[in-house]
Design a protein around this ligand. Structure first.
Ligand code: MG
Length: 254
């Protein structure tokens, strides 16, 4: 989506603020013994209480055989993204890491964000993986400037992971957002600066670096949504929706 006027801009920013607040609340609820379904219920209720609509519930991404059945994606440990919270009993255990990915539509504009949260006491390495994703997201956001290229973001994210020992999950990446959940341009988490689609003022993007402790190859599970690492290693994910303003990117999902 390209934001064209102040009304759209205000709706995007308000929706982003609401989504950011819900994710913070969900992160506080994460604890051993809490189920993925409980988190999904809380997320959906908070979205609806504010008068908004869950963006993932009922959404069918390109290539999917059926609509997504929940408001929230809950991906635990080797689950990379799009873990379904409400079709099997998934209970968080001490030492897990869990990514929470949520989208909502506010005044017709869709925002999308994700965080990875440690459950109880996790290892130092788990925390480093989570931090590496957050750092690379910040690097990608800093590189998102009107007049630049999508590849500037990709290269900044890739560079940020150098030396961390973690592998970028190259099969997945960021995307345009706003009118629908996934739009052009695709934003790979690796690449060459100065290449790809031009970044223009008003553009709305969801940047989402995803990384794993092992090799970073992923496979889609039989539920049609849950991606897991092929080697069973843990993965983490960090995502913000951003708006490209004249001087640079504004994070809307804070
Ligand atoms: Mg996304």
């Amino acid at each position: 989506m390209i934001i064209k006027n102040e009304k759209e801009r205000a709706a995007l920013i308000e929706g982003g603020k609401r989504l950011g607040a819900i994710l913070k609340k969900l992160a506080e609820k994460v604890a051993p013994g809490v189920s993925a379904e409980e988190l999904d219920d809380i997320a959906e209720q908070m979205i609806r209480d504010a008068g908004d609509t869950p963006a993932f519930l009922g959404y069918t991404p390109e290539g999917a055989a059926r609509p997504y059945p929940a408001a929230l994606c809950v991906s635990i440990n080797d689950e990379v993204v799009h873990g379904i919270p409400n079709e099997s009993k998934k209970v968080l255990k001490n030492g897990d890491i869990v990514s929470l990915d949520l989208g909502l539509a506010h005044d017709g504009i869709i925002v999308d964000a994700a965080i990875t949260v440690p459950v109880g006491k996790t290892s130092e390495r788990d925390l480093r993986l989570i931090r590496a994703c957050e750092d690379s997201l910040a690097a990608g956001i800093a590189a998102a400037v009107p007049g630049g290229r999508v590849g500037d973001i990709s290269a900044a994210i890739e560079k940020s992971f150098k030396g961390t020992g973690f592998a970028i999950v190259k099969a997945l990446g960021g995307h345009g957002v706003g009118d629908v959940v996934h739009e052009e341009p695709f934003v790979p988490n690796f690449g060459k600066a100065g290449t790809g689609a031009e970044l223009v003022e008003g553009m709305v993007l969801a940047l989402e670096p995803i990384a794993a402790m092992g090799k970073g190859a992923v496979a889609l599970s039989s539920d049609g949504y849950t991606y897991r690492t092929k080697d069973g290693s843990r993965a983490a994910h960090a995502e913000h929706t951003i708006l490209l303003e004249k001087r640079g990117a504004r994070i809307v999902t804070v």
